[in-house]
Design a binder for this molecule. Sequence first.
Ligand code: ATP
Length: 685
Amino acid sequence: QAKATKRKHRASSEAPPAKRRDEMSFLSAKKTSVKETQRTFKGKLQKNFSPKKHLVNTGDRKQEEKPCIKTSSLFKNNPEIPELPRPVVKQAREQVFTPEAFQELGLHPHLVSTINTVLKVSSMTSVQKQSIPVLLEGRDALVRSQTGSGKTLAYCIPVVQSLQAMKSKIQRSDGPYALVLVPTRELALQSFDTIQKLLKPFTWIVPGVLMGGEKRKSEKARLRKGINILISTPGRLVDHIKSTKNIHFSRIQWLVLDEADRILDLGFEKDITVILNAVNNECQKRQNVLLSATLTEGVTRLADISLHNPVSISVMDKSNDQSTPQGRAVQDAGPPQTIDSFAIPESLEQHVTLVPSKLRLVCLASFILQKCKFEKDQKMIVFFSSCELVEFHYSLFLQTLLSHTGAPALGQAPSASTRLKFLRLHGNMEQEERTAVFQEFSHSKAGVLLCTDVAARGLDLPQVTWIVQYNAPSSPAEYIHRIGRTARIGCHGSSLLILAPSEAEYVNSLASHKINISEIKMEEILSILARDDCFKVRRKENRKSHAVGPQEIRERATVLQTVFEDYVHSNERTVSWAKKALQSFIGAYAAYPRELKHIFHVRSLHLGHVAKSFGLRDAPKNLGVSARKRRKAMPKRPDLRKKPRHKQRLAEVLRSEYSSGLEAGGAKVRRRSAQEAAAAPWERS
Ligand SMILES: Nc1ncnc2c1ncn2[C@@H]1O[C@H](COP(=O)(O)OP(=O)(O)OP(=O)(O)O)[C@@H](O)[C@H]1O
């Protein structure tokens, strides 16, 4: 076993020298001479891209004869990786299922049979058992239950049950009786799909969905004809309130805010105010329901939507034995307890890995290869902090990882490369592309979805096995929702959070919310390269095959990194495109909320190291904006938990992911032809 050699620790601003790790580490690279580092790269690359020939001094060998790849100093001068704090926390848990069947709720028999046969669901989850009776009694409710526990049906079933039971049969032309607000277009589509299924036996009740990116004209036509259960993103509904004559709310009986904390947090406050004024002007008496896995005091305080004596339902509270005779944990007064700990699905295994910035990209790539090339039926979602970062990594991986058509590696199934399918989803895409990607990923058994937080909440994507957070989320709530895309309704799932050594403190921040996370060493992730001969180096002397040791893995990681760097540096446009992605990363980094700034601060970034994770060989000079200016440029995210000095202008928060798409100068990518859409961003005209 290679002894970790003491490395002269060059002060790196990425992290102060911390306690050394004595176990073997790839980070303690021996100095390698140029000769040793010459490599000829195995595997065919994309036809229009070949490794840049690095002419190095090879003595008598004719230089131009062999494409050599210069080893980048990937494993040198990295900050020490500190021992991770290991706070012991008892994670909050929830009982997901109950033995009770829906029949016991006194629902219309056709509704029960639809739940059983169309939705293929028989017994209630805890949140459904606790919420449906309360909502059928006509009470306002604040519903808090972990991700993937069935909150959608918890409100849809009472809404449908009450509307179908109305004495005078509902007419389509009556307009909306129920208004459901959700933060993203994909969630609007998903919720609409669920309501449609429940309404199969009650065809006279007409559902409808309004969302940004769809044609306004067709929406106006449907509104004119009449929609009885209206599902919408706030931005698009406001747009119609302002511009569509025949939208009215005189018959509203239900107002539902799904992902309520997100709706109120993301600058929707202005939209919500407009919507509430419009609804209140026409109807006073109605039932209000707020739901989220992370309902906090901030939400209930901000949600001044005239909740009337709301029932607070929190499945997790059951363990505090606040149950009532019906065995449900219901408090009749005030908002749910403002404990900041969030329940996490029992079957969700959470991991974290500390990776120096220079190695971040090869680590992510190795992890994706490990899961999606060498294992079957792995479906992975990778979260990034901005649309530009999604586009950058999506195109880079398509052009490099996918283009490796090297022979199947050891133990790799021949179809491995078909499993290595990349998709991307973010708020700057055309709506039809977003919808197509959402549907495709929902129905695929394997593949990798690169996305922003537009996919962080509510989306019920079946069989997701891994959630990777390449950039840390801006709050523990977002952490919970992101990992909640896996391990849904009792399924198993895993998550991996990638942190730089300087961000290790974030583990403690999560622990303060009772989030327990275990460590995967970076070396373990990189060691998958031992199985991937695509990145095998060919040596002059044909050594007999030998066990792949740390040095070999370091070299393979270097080959992988060099593939990225050579691709990024293969022409001017790719360089400037990588720089833009780097700039976007720094901008997002500067936008972390105040209470996380001691962990995520632009000053702790080593620009040269971070640049490497964008395939840039050195830090771009003219990134320009100083940390101070960057901070000013990026709107601060409001912190709901802090008592607002005044009604916090939530609207200042970045809304690119959730806008209706109709604002002037929306950042939407212009309509592209199909082949252009498939091309890398720098190749589009
Ligand atoms: N009683 C039930 N039995 C089995 N599966 C159910 C039941 N109720 C809902 N489901 C399924 O569980 C999955 C998650 O449901 P849903 O999306 O409503 O969860 P959620 O609590 O809203 O999650 P999130 O907090 O992430 O929005 C869906 O596939 C849904 O069909």
